[in-house]
Ligand binder design. Structure first.
Ligand code: ATP
Ligand code: MG
Length: 418
């Protein structure tokens, strides 16, 4: 894409009421637009990052045979009453409204109950399980605090997945496969080394649930970590009894601030009993379905990556989620420079590289500052000097030294052939 066609502009300042680093940078770089506290729109650059993250998650969920669908934003009161969760005293983040005829509707803060109710129409026999479904949905939650930028929104994108199994053993197989798929997701997103599978409070059916917690100063959680044993506990379950159960000593643990980027729950048969979700087994007997629920905070992950990798010059995206791989900074408007930059733009796109081509008539300092703020992983300068030498000046976003490369060498660097 050419910069002159990109409608968003960079800015030196963020809104005065925006305290979170992730949102300050994303707003300044034109990735998101703040509609109100905790509510952000995703502009072309931000949407590209979001879609890249979703695609990684999608590939891994498809990889464990989960099937993608999309549920509705509007939800029925009666359905949530079956599990007692319509009540504002039980769920305190509901947004609710009424139809013209007075019928109550809720705005989806979670889709557990609607998904289970939908699945009752399709999952009937032991032959239908194990199975699982997932979606990417915008959740609406009337959160009290919204101070962490896109890391805690009142409107945010979640990947939520649900599994149906015949038995506890069958459930466990899928649950473990989901843990492994989640690890691959965070590895591919570049935060795997700092993300820990963490014991957390489990709810009624199991003693623990598992959270995926990423070390991040801007996170809202505190976990206790044993790096060598690779075991982590959320502070909410940190007590002598649990420590003994996990074979840990308090003094061996390190306290770290983290952001919850995902979580997974075993519901057992509790929810299916409440909602009468059963299948017939091999002997024709009615049995309740074992359910699991698996979330990933897609927009929160984007915020965490922005927070963690940014430096004093701006955002820094890993190659596989960056909106573009390369920023071509064309310096000057002399015909040979324009011709060389235009040709490079075409050559790289033909080679399958996503390029943002700064073809504006702007000062070099402005172009370099924008390339840094936007966090595009690779930068190529085309100027009178590089044209004269028949080369291009190449630099990584994370390095300060640049080097002069021929077009062939540049292509192989950018297409990952070296
Ligand atoms: P938290 O403890 O952070 O409030 P939660 O335990 O309510 O989250 P779930 O409702 O299970 O989380 O949501 C699944 C995932 O969605 C979480 O692990 C988190 O990554 C993300 N998430 C939850 N709430 C928000 C929010 N308000 N804004 C952005 N992402 C969120
Ligand atoms: Mg939580």
């Amino acid at each position: 894409m050419r910069s002159t066609q990109l409608f968003t502009k960079t800015s030196k300042t963020a809104p005065a009421d925006e305290v979170a680093k992730n949102a300050q940078l994303l707003i300044r770089a034109g990735y998101v637009h703040k509609e109100m506290a905790g509510v952000y729109a995703y502009l072309p650059l931000g949407l590209r990052v979001l879609e890249n993250i979703k695609q990684i998650v999608r590939e891994e969920m498809n990889g464990i045979q989960s099937q993608e669908l999309i549920m509705t934003g509007l939800q029925r009161r009666e359905l949530w009453e079956t599990t007692g969760r319509w009540d504002d005293k039980v769920v305190d983040i509901w947004f609710k409204s009424k139809l013209k005829d007075g019928t109550d509707v809720g705005f989806g803060w979670s889709h557990e109950e609607p998904i289970v109710d939908m699945l009752k129409h399709h999952v009937e026999s032991y032959k239908d399980v194990p199975m699982s479904v997932y979606q990417f949905q915008t959740k609406l939650r009337n959160e009290t605090r919204a101070k962490s930028g896109i890391m805690r929104g009142r409107e945010f994108v979640m990947k939520d997945m649900y599994s149906c199994s015949a038995t506890a053993e069958q459930h466990e197989v899928f649950y473990q496969a989901a843990i492994e798929a989640y690890k691959r997701v965070y590895d591919r997103l570049g935060i795997g080394a700092d993300t820990y599978v963490t014991f957390a409070s489990g709810g009624a059916f199991t003693q623990f649930s598992h959270e995926f917690q990423t070390i991040c100063d801007a996170g809202e959680d505190v976990i206790y970590l044993h790096r060598e044993k690779n075991i982590a506990l959320n502070e909410e379950v940190m007590d002598d009894e649990n420590l003994a159960k996990l074979g840990l000593k308090r003094e061996e643990l390190e306290q770290v601030k983290t952001a919850e980027v995902g979580n997974i729950f075993n519901f057992g048969t509790q929810k299916s009993e409440a909602m009468d979700f059963a299948y017939t087994d091999e002997n024709g007997e009615k049995k309740f379905v074992h359910l699991g629920s698996y979330g990933i905070g897609v927009t929160r992950v984007m915020g965490v990556i922005a927070e963690k990798l940014a430096d004093d010059k701006g955002l820094v995206w890993p190659d596989n989620i960056a909106p573009f791989q390369v920023y071509i900074a064309r310096l000057g408007t002399d015909e040979p420079v324009i011709a060389a930059a235009d040709k490079l733009y075409d050559d790289l796109r033909t080679a399958g590289v996503e390029v943002l081509y700064d073809d504006r008539d702007a000062r070099p300092g402005e172009k370099f500052a924008d390339a840094d703020l936007l966090g595009i992983p690779h930068r190529v300068v085309v100027s009178a000097k590089t044209v004269e030498q028949g080369c291009f000046e190449y630099k990584k976003r994370t390095e300060s030294e640049s080097s002069m490369l021929t077009v062939e060498k540049l292509k192989s660097v950018l297409t990952g052939q070296e």
